[in-house]
Design a protein around this ligand. Structure first.
Ligand SMILES: *[C@@H]1O[C@H](CO)[C@@H](O)[C@H](O)[C@H]1NC(C)=O
Ligand SMILES: *[C@@H]1O[C@H](CO)[C@@H](O)[C@H](O)[C@H]1NC(C)=O
Ligand SMILES: *[C@@H]1O[C@H](CO)[C@@H](O)[C@H](O)[C@H]1NC(C)=O
Ligand SMILES: *[C@@H]1O[C@H](CO)[C@@H](O)[C@H](O)[C@H]1NC(C)=O
Ligand SMILES: *[C@@H]1O[C@H](CO)[C@@H](O)[C@H](O)[C@H]1NC(C)=O
Length: 309
């Protein structure tokens, strides 16, 4: 079978010179991944048995689907098309070596698709290359909604936001133990004017102190992931104004306590020195206790508030 074709070709070659140069063309078989905003080279190389002059060579790059021209080289003339204004180039000095690769600058999302490399030197061949765009997602930010007056048992939404990525992300939430959470999650991905995605994922949870939630945004094409972790501690649950008030309150109590202690001690020393009657001492003891009691109560109340807030 093959020998027949080969010898047929050989015969044609001898008779008409048609198989001369048997043109072969090579392009990547897997999609080429380009990073948004960067330059990319779409490799296309060709081999031919015969010598050729550049005047005999034509290279045409076009969009596979629409057949719109991207870049052409013919009769030693290099020509860009209107759709990729100033963004395409051939490596003209490489053409004689069989390199018809196309340089595409500052790639955009709309460049994604299939490009065809067409080469002609007497004979002609063409092959398509897939171009796939990619962009990294920003590190996510987390927001608690609402974020004021929170109490354990409240239902809150934790919103995770990441932007500027492509293609759409996979978002996963994990709890403190690293288990996959799949319930009560809403994820939306909206493309901006450049075609890059803004990802917003919201998880609704019942608030408990010391719980951890992490939001992981994954770009499968780039095999990249970025995540943010939120830990809700007792501290997170009481808002700053209360924390400040508590600090001030406790300091005042402590000062009061020290003053009272100082006062009592001074009186005790005076007492032992002067060796007065016992009646006075008892009076002072009750006085000290009445001073102490409300302070202890105040402390308890504040402790309760801290747990609640
Ligand atoms: C190709 O060109 C080289 C040098 O110009 C020459 O030596 C060689 O014989 C040529 N080969 C063919 C097949 O024409
Ligand atoms: C393309 O390049 C030419 C020459 O450098 C320049 O005059 C023209 O403004 C450029 N066009 C665009 C759309 O950038
Ligand atoms: C073609 O030329 C470009 C630019 O020099 C280079 O990056 C690419 O690897 C070349 N391709 C082949 C197949 O030699
Ligand atoms: C987590 O759950 C999602 C949705 O069910 C699933 O697609 C994903 O593979 C899970 N990931 C892991 C690590 O279990
Ligand atoms: C999801 O929300 C429902 C209703 O608000 C609630 O009963 C359930 O516990 C939530 N699931 C998780 C895993 O938080």
């Amino acid at each position: 079978m093959y020998p027949t074709i080969l010898s047929a070709c050989f015969a044609v070659h001898l008779l008409l010179g048609h198989c001369r140069g048997a043109l072969k063309i090579k392009v990547p078989e897997v999609p080429v991944i380009a990073i948004f905003g960067k330059d990319v080279t779409l490799n296309c190389s060709f081999t031919t048995d015969a010598n050729f002059s550049l005047g005999d060579l034509s290279v045409i790059w076009q969009l596979t689907e629409t057949r719109k021209m991207v870049h052409t080289y013919s009769l030693q003339q290099d020509q860009q098309s209107d759709i990729f204004v100033n963004r395409t180039a051939l490596f003209t000095e490489e053409l004689a070596k069989g390199n018809a690769s196309l340089l595409l600058r500052h790639v955009r999302i709309e460049d994604e698709g299939s490009f065809t490399c067409f080469v002609r030197i007497e004979d002609h061949q063409s092959a398509p290359i897939k171009l796939q765009l990619a962009a990294s997602y920003s590190k996510p930010s987390l927001h608690l909604e609402p974020n004021k007056n929170l109490k354990p048992g409240d239902e809150v939404a934790i919103a995770c936001h990441s932007s500027g990525g492509y293609p759409p992300a996979k978002v996963q939430w994990h709890d403190g133990k690293g288990s996959n959470i799949t319930e009560n999650i809403t994820t939306s991905q909206v493309a901006n004017e450049e075609g890059l995605f803004d990802v917003r994922s919201v998880i609704r949870v019942i608030l408990e102190p010391n719980s951890t939630y992490s939001c992981m945004v994954r770009n499968e094409l780039l095999n990249e992931e970025t995540q943010a972790v939120a830990t809700i501690t007792g501290q997170h649950l009481k808002f700053p104004a209360v924390a400040l008030w508590l600090t001030v309150g406790l300091s005042v109590c402590l000062l009061g306590l020290l003053a009272a202690l100082g006062f009592v001690c001074r009186r005790k020393i005076q007492q032992s020195c002067e060796e007065n009657e016992a009646g006075d001492g008892e009076e002072e003891d009750t006085e000290a206790r009445t001073v102490m009691k409300p302070l202890e109560n105040a402390d308890d109340k504040e402790a309760e508030e801290e747990v609640l807030e």
